[in-house]
Each structure stands twice: as C-alpha cells, then as structure tokens.
Design a protein around this ligand. Structure first.
Ligand SMILES: Cc1cc2nc3c(=O)[nH]c(=O)nc-3n(C[C@H](O)[C@H](O)[C@H](O)COP(=O)(O)OP(=O)(O)OC[C@H]3O[C@@H](n4cnc5c(N)ncnc54)[C@H](O)[C@@H]3O)c2cc1C
Ligand code: SF4
Length: 492
C-alpha cells in the first residue's frame, strides 16, 4: 500500500486543463501534467483494498464496473508513490498495450468502482495511468521489443483501430508475422479519424504505430478489403484473419427534410476536419463557420462535434439529447461499485458554456422535422419536448408534451445517434454469420466466426463501445488466434 494514511491526508486533485479561452483557438491537446510531488500525493490516496473493484472489469447492470483490461491499479499506484516509475510502466504494459490512449480518452469505469469513492472522491486512476506512460516515453523507456523467435505463421488483421492494433501487437509478441490492412490513409481507426486532436493528439497515435512497425508489424493503408482486395485471397495468403473493422454504419434520423443540404453525419464532419489539420490543407470540408449548429445526440461523438464546431467559429451550437438530464449524484438504484449514471460535463460542454454563456445540452427533446430554404439548404429544426413514462412492460417510453413545439435556426445539423454495426461487404464475400444486431457472430472470449481461421473483435463484434473494450477484445482475440495456430498460448 502506498501510504497508510494517504487517503486521509490528501484530497483528489487533477491538473488544470488549458483554459477554454486559450484552447478553443487551436487544435492542441487540452490536458496538462502534474509535478512528480503532486503525483506522489495522488497515488498515496490509494488504499490497496483487499478486493480492488477498480481492476475487476465485471459487468453490473450491463455496464462495466472496474477496468475492462484489468489494469493492476493498486500495484502501480504504490510504485508511483515510491518513485518507481520504470517498474510502474512495466506493470502497466502487462495489461494494456496503449495506456497513452486510455489515459487520455477512457471514461474510467475504474474510478466509478474505486472503494474510496464510496464516501470521498475516487483516486485519480486515469491521470495516474497517463502520467506513467507519458513519463515512460519522455524517459525513452518505450522502445521496440522484438520477439525472440518467429513461428513462421502469418496473420492478417483487417482494421487498425484499438482492437486491430492491440491484436496485432499481441500476435507479434507471440512471434507471428502480422499484417494490418486499413482502408483509410492513416493507421489508428477512430483513434486517428474520430476522436479529435485536442482530446488525443495524432502524433501520439503515430508514435505507437511507428514502434509497432519497428517491432515487425506490416501496415498497409488505403486498402479497402472487399473492394481493393478480395478477403478470400487473404484467407489463402494467411494462416488466420482477424476482423477488427469497427461499427461504421451510422444510425440515421429519417424524418421530413432529411435530404436537405447541410445535414451531415458526425463522422464525416470530424474526419474531414482531422484530415485537413494533419494534411495542413486549406479546409474545404463540412464547416461550422458562422453557422447555427444543431448536434443531434449526446455521448462522446456529440461532445466532439460541439468542441470542433466551436474551434471552427460557429455562430452558436446546441446539443439535443432525448434522454432525461441525469442526476448530479448517484441515486439509490445505482449504488457503488456500479458505473455512476450521473451528469458529467465534458470538455465540449465546458467550452460552449464559456463561449455562449450556457450549457449547450437540451434534454428530453425530440426532433420532428427539418425545414429548408429556397435553395434546398437546412434553415430550421422543429422539435417537441418529451416526458419519459413507465409502461406496463416495465420499460420507459418517450411521450410528446403538447404545446412544447419549438423552432431552432440551423445552417448545419450533425447527426450523432450512434452506429448500427459493421459494413456488409466482407461478411457477404466470406459468408460470415452475424448476430441479431448485425455484428460479427463470434462468442466473447473465443472470437471465432463460423469460418475456420477467421476471428472477429472490437466494435465489429461487440457493437459500438469504448477504446478500452476494443483493447480487451483485440488482446483476447490474439490469444485465441495464437491457440488456433500453435495449439497453446502464453499470451495473457
Ligand atoms: C467520434 C467518436 C469519439 C469517440 N470517443 C471515445 C472516447 O473518448 N473514449 C472511448 O473510450 N471511446 C470513444 N469512442 C469509441 C471508440 O473510439 C471505439 O469504441 C473504438 O475505436 C472501437 O475500436 P475498433 O478497433 O473496434 O474499431 P475502429 O476504431 O472503428 O476501427 C476500425 C477500422 O477498420 C477500418 N475498416 C473498416 N472496414 C474496412 C475494410 N473493409 N478494409 C480495411 N479497413 C477497414 C476502418 O477504417 C477503421 O480504421 C468514440 C467513437 C467515436 C465515433
Ligand atoms: S484503461 Fe480506463 S478503466 Fe482501465 S485503468 Fe485506465 S482509465 Fe481506468
């Protein structure tokens, strides 16, 4: 245990993010760092509980409680406290291939189940993780680690998001030759083109990809499997194939006026923006400049659209959420160590409040129709308020409240209503079965599809989820592929 009385002596503290007034003028990360002394105090708050729920990674009420990759949190908290940062990164890398990603973007279910969180603010687990890996890179401790032996087996991974990357990293460790195929022009999946630069700097993604390349993994970009390359030819060329193609079919809002110009999917908006930053080109994509922007949908994607619109100098931005505003504190039916379903204000909402003077989120609101101008361009969004009513079957349904109709000016609408599963083409060409939600049909923990030698992991198997779950699945699939190829596996 770090310090027996640490949780009594120190309060939870996080480094101040760059102030909104400064950060909305650039695309740089908003995180900042703590000094080693401050980090020691934060790590000292860990009580090294008899049962550390923070690293359990179990599902309670369908939500993750504790870290889904079972990071050995109390162990590295103790190592930070004792100043043993090198040992801390070794311990962290045992369970997580990419702490620099999760340390920045993970919603930290670990903190929701931290025992200290029962009556005090939880330990700053996500911050501690980020500081360990950032220091490790700074000190030059993260270097390519080549496998001692090669097995001669070849594996193709399709898709280079966190699932594909963690799967490739683990298979390479086991000595297999791994090739990763990606249809975009850069590697990283939603880490590259999805999560914006201010939340996760793209040089951090590229830095890890470069290390993996030096470890022997081959990356092929601009290769759309199913279009540029028939997946059947990969089956012939490789001993196993892993599908990590994400959940990329956006959920649409099929209401009157949907075909008007200026109504776009969030991913098109975010991807074009990041591409133009990385290519240093003059931006000619979907722009929020000087527009009233309506973001339809909450969640991470919605927040990223709000923050991106502000950086593009929108006139105003409003974010619609059909659900009720969550409570500020846990309610009795959502006890510790469950994931706390409470109101969180993320960076995008903080920035909107700073620029426009109010939180951009509107709750219990349903979009009824889009209305255009004479040129077929979106001009207004018509909405109505809803109330959530309990039905006889025990489910809540939204019921419209008469007289609450409202018209919102809008020249840009961004739809962020989630995703409906992976695209069809590879499934059709390989005759791979899908589950009732149209994801790859493969059991969690064994990841095998109905086709011998073909595995599936990440959002394309699980449905849209989180980076940390994608890493969990990529690692798990690698272990199963290793077993399939070698009849045993030493991979964790
Ligand atoms: C805007 C946005 C913000 C998010 N923010 C967060 C966050 O802050 N924290 C968090 O934990 N999670 C976040 N998520 C969710 C998280 O990014 C995903 O759960 C995670 O990236 C899934 O990983 P994956 O590897 O399964 O798929 P992806 O990251 O989607 O990667 C799949 C890759 O496969 C490629 N591909 C698809 N089809 C083919 C093909 N036929 N041939 C070749 N390549 C192909 C795609 O181009 C893509 O690069 C966010 C999601 C979005 C959309
Ligand atoms: S990966 Fe996420 S859940 Fe796990 S320790 Fe890090 S922040 Fe917590």
């Amino acid at each position: 245990m770090a310090k027996v009385t640490g949780f009594l002596e120190y309060t939870r503290e996080l480094p101040q993010d760059r102030s909104p007034i400064e950060r909305i003028n650039d695309w740089n990360e908003f995180h900042t760092h703590f000094s080693e002394g401050k980090m020691k105090n934060q790590a000292a708050r860990c009580m090294d509980c008899g049962i550390p729920f923070c690293h359990s990674g179990i599902l309670l009420e369908g939500m993750a409680s504790g870290c889904p990759i079972n990071n050995l949190i109390p162990e590295w908290n103790d190592l930070i406290y004792r100043g043993l940062w090198r040992e801390a990164i070794d311990r962290l890398h045992k369970t997580n291939n990419f702490p620099e990603f999760t340390g920045r973007v993970c919603p930290a279910p670990c903190e929701g189940s931290c025992t200290l969180g029962i009556n005090e603010p939880p330990v700053t687990i996500k911050l501690n993780e980020c500081e360990i890996i950032d220091k490790a890179f700074e000190e030059g401790w993260v270097v390519p680690q080549l496998p001692e032996n090669r097995t001669g087996k070849k594996v193709a991974v399709i898709g280079s998001g966190p699932a594909g990357l963690s799967c490739a990293a683990q298979l390479n460790k086991a000595g297999h030759w791994v090739s990763v195929y990606e249809r975009e022009d850069r590697i990283g999946g939603l880490l590259m083109y999805g999560i914006p630069n201010m939340k996760l700097d793209k040089s951090i993604v590229q830095r890890r990809v470069d290390i993996m390349e030096r470890e022997g993994i081959k990356f092929f970009t601009n290769k759309d499997i199913g279009k540029d390359i028939n997946p059947n030819s990969l089956l012939k060329e490789y001993d196993a194939v892993v599908l990590c193609i994400g959940s990329t079919k956006p959920r649409d809002l099929k209401i009157e006026g949907r075909s008007l110009k200026g109504i776009n999917y969030a991913m098109d908006f975010l991807t074009q923006n990041t591409k133009s930053i990385l290519d240093s080109t003059v931006f000619d994509g979907i722009s929020a400049y000087n527009k009233d922007v309506i973001v339809i949908g909450g969640g991470d994607t919605g927040t990223d659209c709000v923050a991106t619109s502000i950086r593009q100098n929108c006139k105003n931005v409003v974010q619609f959420e059909i659900m009720k505003k969550p409570p500020l504190k846990r309610v009795d039916s959502n006890p510790w160590p469950q994931w706390p379903k409470t109101q969180k204000t993320d960076y995008g909402q903080e920035e909107a409040t700073f620029v426009f003077g109010n939180d951009p989120r509107e709750y219990c609101i349903s979009t009824k129709k889009f209305v255009g101008d004479a040129n077929g361009h979106i001009k207004e969004v018509h909405t109505i308020q809803v109330e959530w009513k309990l039905c006889d079957n025990g489910k809540y349904i939204p019921v419209e409240v008469p007289g609450t109709e409202k018209i919102w000016p809008a020249q840009l609408v961004l739809i962020c209503m989630g995703f409906l599963g992976p695209e069809d083409i590879i499934f059709e060409q390989l005759n791979i079965e899908r589950d009732s939600r149209s994801n790859a049909k493969a059991l969690y923990g064994n990841y095998k599809t109905n086709l011998d030698g073909v595995f599936a992991a990440g959002d394309s198997r699980r449905g849209q989820s989180l980076v940390v779950w994608a890493i969990n699945e990529g690692r798990g699939a690698a272990r199963e592929v290793d077993k399939y190829l070698m009849e045993y596996s030493n991979l964790p």
